[in-house]
Design a protein around this ligand. Sequence first.
Ligand code: SF4
Length: 508
Amino acid sequence: MHNGEKFLYKRNPKKNSDFCVWLGFPAVYSFSMSSLGFLWLFKLLDETEDINVERICSDTKETSFLKPDVFGFSFSFDLDFLTVFSMLEKYKIPLKSSQRDESCPLIFSGGPVVSANPEPYKDFFDFFIIGDGEDLNLEAMRICKNSKSKKEALKRLSELEGIYVPNLSDKVKKVTKRLSECIYTPIMSENSFFKNTFIIEMSRGCMNRCGFCLASYLNLPLRSVPYEDLLNTVDLGLKYTDKIAFLGAQVSAHPHFKDLCKHIYDKIQSGQNIEMNFSSLRVDAISEDVVKTLVTAGQKNSTLAIEAGSERLRKLINKNISEEQIFEAVKIARENGLKGLKFYGMIGLPTETYEDIDALVTLAKRIKNENKGFGLTFGFSSFVPKPHTPFQWIGRENTKSLEDKALYLQKEMHKNGITAHISSIKWDYWQAVLSRGDGSLCDFLIDVYRQGGKLGAFKSSAKKYGIDTDYFACSNFEFDTKLPWDFIEVQPGKEFLIKENIRLYNGL
Ligand code: SF4
């Protein structure tokens, strides 16, 4: 089907079944080949004897696939809805589930965006997978296969933990998978965005619980892959490629992170060619051994998330790293052979003032002055409140005030010879609308899509549908305000988030 693919598992081609699942990826093929979750789900279904499965990307041209009974989408970014819509239309499938009859496939989606808050998309999908979908997907597909009608399938699906069927489910409990096995790139390809790279998931979640971080709160508790399994998977990957990347919100929290680095380092020292990459590292994970391993394995730069410039604000968001730790990390990185570091931060975090922005500039200036000749870049985005985090109740600053701050930050950095890249404040605003939105956005989203999906389309569609988008993006909610995603139970629960919010605000 796709040229140059190498399957790392035994496929099951003799399928005595005409039941077919399409797995949709709302981006081009090369991106899909770097998406572990998408490829792993494909593998699970591909290994299943009585289910045919096809991968459909936004640039798929193939037309000879079996007609799908179910069409599922991976939904990882707020704006993915635009590509999902265009893919549905490409296959002549009406966008709204209410417009689809028995001849249309069941349409579902899963991934972090819809696991956190599926409500803005509830009119488009027959069901949603809420949480870690690996095992649940298979069970859901069996139900779809063994049901006589869509109605029967949806009724049975609504009884499964972790599945949300709009209009049928009241409460939905997010499912959390034990990471008892390692998930890795099951299909290698020259045409992948990360060419010929074998990606291994080391851990899921992050125990640092920064107040804004969906990846942490949606995935508590932190789970790590058993070390032995990790080593066996590294060996498997090295049979096919010398490029290994480790994935996880916080890879350095793996209890054997240092052992793993040593293991790879020793292999390289004994003559094996390995290029290794970690998704990103926390400041307090930068040690001599870690940097030496990275450098020996060909990595030249790394990313450090500092989030905010002042210690006060870092403490408030639960990013408990001191200025001294940051300087120490840069020193270790430089002295042990890295060529540069990319710093990542946010503006518009709750309670932020211009003093905090000045602190960012001072910090950047000091890092630059003390590390002449070392490559430093600074990237910023703006705070977007996310469901299921302690900051879910906190509205975003208005766009004008954030744009002023962004401009000020850029100017002050520039005066000191530092370039600050800042994401689009306007796009971040629409992300916030979607992130805290509800079912009243569905028709608006179709209109945005019809009008081309650019910034202007968002603005004019909101006006046309009379939607108070500031309410979703910028309002501060009370703890007892009913939130659109309250019906999703995520461990450890709302009471815990309220306590976290109070604790962070009181600097405890
Ligand atoms: S350290 Fe990173 S992944 Fe962990 S909670 Fe903070 S922002 Fe999220």
